[in-house]
Ligand binder design. Sequence first.
Ligand SMILES: C[S@@+](CC[C@H](N)C(=O)[O-])C[C@H]1O[C@@H](n2cnc3c(N)ncnc32)[C@H](O)[C@@H]1O
Length: 220
Amino acid sequence: MDSKTFPPDMISYYGRRASEYEQIYAKVERQEDLRRIRGIVAAAFCGHDVLEVACGTAYWTEAFAAGARSVLACDLSSEVLEIARAKDWGTGSIEFCQADAYALPAFKRHFSAAFSGFWWSHIPRSRLVGFLDEFHQKLQRGSKVMFIDNRFVEGISTPIARTNEHGDSFQQRRLVDGSVHEVLKNFPSESDLLSAVSDSVSTAEVLLTDYFWILSYQIK
Ligand SMILES: C[S@@+](CC[C@H](N)C(=O)[O-])C[C@H]1O[C@@H](n2cnc3c(N)ncnc32)[C@H](O)[C@@H]1O
């Protein structure tokens, strides 16, 4: 599937990276944060019908699927979805679908919660409001929403190679096959996060760990 709404290079980057993607979660210094966040995510979605966008290889889906009532997890890349579907999901109600986060289909089901990991940072600033509006429209009133993503950690994060006129920042990333890709990767501040959702939500809060941020809120 091709996306008219996202640089094709980005889709190809994640497709090529699919088999090595979860290495990012093996970094030793991040294990304590990751353990803590897996616990937070699992507790947040217990008993919920969850919509997940840009699920990738379903690393985070695995953290909350067992306790959720149902999960519909979407990504645009067929390569990552293949890895996600091949995992052992037991008898849970877990489905995957190929969908563009910027043009989500009309789902024939209701969601009481939504999650997305490491996706917000890849959304161009000019598209954030549009994405959030559409994402929120897929959810019932009162739904719980959670986003997780990286903080920029000096000396550890991949350096910012350039910033464009809209304030979007870009990194140069190398895959194991030697190919180099320029990837849009934004690092919003706590106030950027809260102000992005202030109109449509209640009880928004940001939790900062050493390496990650977690934004959680409820749809009004
Ligand atoms: C940084 S990865 C995060 C994957 C996963 N959520 C995780 O946290 O491990 C970003 C994901 O966004 C997906 N993606 C990129 N553009 C997309 C789009 N327009 N719609 C849906 N998914 C997209 C990529 O295929 C990739 O799996």
